[in-house]
Design a protein around this ligand. Structure first.
Ligand code: PRX
Length: 676
């Protein structure tokens, strides 16, 4: 299967395994090319055909697809199937239960934080729980278009609530349960949520997190800001359900506010299992999901119903070459877009059986992932490069204790995968028989945009390879000129695919400014990209002020704002430094106010400050004292130089634009040495 080529990853090709090609949906490269051409030449015909697999209460009123990508021609908009009526929840649950006879099929194998917590949920059970929850929300006054904030760990109730929202036409806004109370508050305020759903607490590995307390703090902060939109808070008794025989294993002190809080199990008890879906417009909002913005304020990425349904369903089917007997496992958290698209919507739209995992890769032992793959005979496995790099550190031994023969396809997402990690994943986890799919996409794109197809695309380690159907990538130079052939520059897209975001919630102008203004006529990803001689795409990383830590995007401005809120800090500048597991980590330069002393304790307090303000994912690895920062004469911080200092790159190039070049030497002398 391997065409060894040279050591250069661009030259190394791994052909699709013939075993997989036998019954694959896209069985060879020629079929991919033919279908791709069709999807670009006539997107309307292509997506119309895909839409036939789903239920539409009524057809589109006007044109199937309308869009404008050029700010010079007016407002930016994308509309797929406008005027058609449907319901996403009906399409992915009722139809599987009632029309496709999948009621008894397992939708999710839930696997908890510790190995003795697990259960299976069938499609018909899922539908009942979703309907019950939908009725609870209705009873609380939630209506079509209202926003519901969800701050839950990876438990089945998370899927129940999100689909309950969808069933009644409400818009969910899920906040990753690792975010701080400040981050939760900011998101609730921005989208004016009327209900918050959380849990008493959660164990992440050995660590107990009192979610309800954080949720309460967030609501307190909302109140301080004069925002009191949340009328009800539903609390899932998760830690109270831990053992199989129903015994409450932990007495967690759950703070309670009688005017607002209700226990999930109490409100669900009497709720009806029947709930008529709300028929909504194809272009009505489906959900909001916040992602870091380069100004520091998170952006509420808005996705709409029909396009997102078509695209997540089709990408899941083709990229994971889904077949009914598969057991699929995506290790992401539903709090991120990967979980939305490829744990909830894409898999359910295909009637798939998935693993829903609450825990972490190294608890209670470093072979947990491999144990779960064996336990459920997982066939398709999707994880992040950071997890692969972490598990690589333990060598091949932990894998040898488990049988991984069920695996057929491996996927990665979230950040560039280095060829070394790619090859380990391929050789050790996939035993040289499973294609490794490096899928490139974003919260904004809704689904995979650059990705191999497992039985069709020859692979190159570290390359996201080629575009998915309907996606037309272009590489531009600084002046907005299109580059042909082998080239490197800005990655942009020329035309919409169904799941591209429609707006930034409540701020359409920000949407246009961020994604469409720099290069009129194109959607700008914010990523740099290289195209090789075979036309393969290689993502080179962000070209804006964003950092990718363990596959999570963070903005430097957001972290800097958290640091400068600390009383002793006058100024802060944050850059990335390569990290062997996280990919990148945060290296922060802080200038203290006059009279303040820098020391180990202050550095630790500043790390804590960022953790508390944003969340543990943003904890800096390095804090360096900076008596002054390198600035241009006009006062702009030169991050390029800071990045080079953080990485100990001595050749700094031209420093003539600096107001005071001596600053650089001082910073070099004080840099944090420890290897990341
Ligand atoms: O920089 C790219 C990186 O992650 C960014 C999107 O982050 P987010 O919206 O949080 O979504 C992550 C999960 C889809 C991108 O702009 N990124 C994502 N996947 C890859 C990647 N970089 C390189 N290769 C990838 N496969």
């Amino acid at each position: 299967m391997v065409v060894p080529g040279s050591q250069n990853p661009e030259e190394q090709m791994f052909n699709p395994p013939s075993e997989l090609q036998k019954d694959a949906h896209i069985p060879d490269f020629k079929t991919y090319l033919q279908l791709y051409k069709k999807s670009i030449d006539d997107p309307e015909a292509f997506w119309k055909e895909v839409a036939q697999d789903f239920f539409w209460k009524s057809p589109p009123k006007g044109q199937f697809l309308q869009y404008n990508f050029d700010v010079k021609k007016g407002n930016i908009y994308v509309k797929f199937m406008e005027g058609a009526k449907t319901n996403m929840c009906y399409n992915i649950l009722d139809r599987n239960v009632k029309e496709k006879n999948c009621g008894e099929k397992v939708a999710y194998y839930w696997e908890g934080n510790s190995c003795d917590q697990y259960r299976a949920i069938t499609y018909s059970q899922l539908l009942k729980e979703v309907c019950k929850c939908a009725n609870v929300l209705k009873y609380m006054g939630v209506k079509k278009g209202d926003r519901v904030a969800i701050y839950l760990p990876m438990i089945p109730e998370l899927v129940y609530v999100m689909l309950a929202c969808v069933r009644i036409g409400a818009v969910h806004s899920i906040v990753f349960a690792g975010f701080s109370s400040d981050s939760l508050c900011e998101r609730i305020v921005d989208s004016e949520c009327s209900v918050l759903v959380t849990a008493d607490g959660v164990y992440r590995g050995e660590k107990l997190i009192n979610l309800k307390q954080i949720a309460d703090e967030a609501l307190e902060k909302c109140k301080e800001k004069g925002n009191v939109t949340v009328k009800n808070c539903i609390v899932v008794r998760h830690l109270g359900q831990m053992t199989k025989n129903g015994v409450v294993s932990l007495k967690l002190q759950t703070p309670w506010r009688a005017d607002c809080d209700v226990w999930w199990d109490e409100v669900m008890k009497g709720s009806s299992e029947e709930c008529e879906p709300e028929w909504v417009d194809a272009e009505d909002p489906l959900f909001i999901l916040y992602t870091s913005g380069s100004t520091g304020k998170p952006k509420g990425v808005l996705h709409t119903v029909a396009g997102y349904l078509l695209y997540t369903a089709l990408t899941f089917k083709y990229v994971f070459d889904h077949h009914p007997e598969d057991v699929y496992w995506c290790t992401a958290d539903i709090g991120w877009i990967t979980g939305h698209s490829y744990i909830t919507y894409g898999p359910l739209a295909n009637g798939a059986t998935s693993v829903l995992f609450e825990g972490i890769p190294v608890h209670p032992h470093v072979g947990r992932f491999w144990e779960i793959i064996e336990k459920y005979s997982v066939t398709k496995f999707y994880t992040a490069p950071t997890a692969i790099r972490l598990l690589m550190k333990y060598g091949p031994e932990p894998l040898k204790q488990f049988n991984l023969d069920s695996l057929k396809i491996l996927g990665t997402v979230g950040e560039p995968i280095n060829p070394e990690a790619w090859l380990w994943y391929y050789n050790i986890v996939g035993q040289k028989r499973c294609p490794v799919l490096d899928t490139f996409w974003q919260t904004e794109t809704g689904g995979h945009v650059l990705t191999p197809l497992p039985a069709a695309t020859p692979l190159k380690p570290g390359s996201a390879t080629l575009p998915f159907f309907g996606v037309l990538p272009v590489i531009l130079n600084e002046h907005g000129e299109e580059l042909e052939g082998e080239a490197e520059g800005y990655l942009v897209f020329r035309q919409p695919w169904p799941a591209i975001m429609r707006s930034v919630y409540g701020n359409h102008e920000r949407f246009e400014n961020i994604y469409f203004k720099k290069f009129p006529g194109f959607y700008v990803t914010g990523d740099g990209c290289k195209r090789d001689k075979d036309g393969y795409y290689w993502i080179t990383g962000r070209i804006d002020d964003m950092l990718n830590v363990s596959g999570h995007l963070l903005s430097t401005a957001e972290v800097e704002a958290a640091l400068t809120e600390y009383p002793a800090v006058a100024e802060a500048a944050v850059v990335s430094r390569p990290h062997s597991v996280k990919g990148e980590c945060l290296y922060c330069f802080v200038t203290l106010k006059d009279g303040k002393e820098f020391g180990h304790q202050l550095a630790e307090e500043l790390k804590r400050q960022v953790r508390v303000k944003i969340g543990p994912i943003a904890t800096p690895d390095f804090i360096q004292n900076a008596p002054a920062l390198p600035k241009t004469r006009s006062g702009k911080i030169m991050r390029r130089i800071l990045r080079q200092i953080a990485r100990n790159e001595k050749d700094l190039g031209d420093l003539s634009t600096l107001a005071d070049p001596k600053v650089v030497e001082v910073l070099f002398n004080q840099r944090c040495e420890a290897a990341a």
